[in-house]
Design a protein around this ligand. Structure first.
Ligand SMILES: [Zn+2]
Length: 83
């Protein structure tokens, strides 16, 4: 398995974070258990109809790992590490 970088979640961990965020649930870091994430953009999609973000990034405030997803065409199996 290749390492893409120290601050990236493994694919399975990233999916966990992403699906929680998409469902509007609170997110716990699968790596360190921390519950506070920095979110970019901060606003949720539902707050800005008509505006489409190319990607959403969630970064754990403790271990700084991050997960990125595309809000408009989210396909779990398209995560690079799954291919
Ligand atoms: Zn963490």
């Amino acid at each position: 398995m290749g390492r893409r970088g120290a601050n990236e979640y493994k694919a399975g961990e990233a999916l966990q974070v992403i699906s929680c965020d998409r469902n509007g649930e609170s997110v716990n870091c699968p790596s360190c258990g921390h519950s506070q994430f920095d979110r970019s953009p901060k606003k949720r999609l539902t707050d800005t109809p008509g505006e489409v973000y190319r990607q959403v990034r969630l970064t754990c405030r403790k271990c700084k790992r991050s997960a990125v997803y595309m809000p408009t065409n989210f396909v779990p199996m398209a995560e690079p590490e799954f291919v």
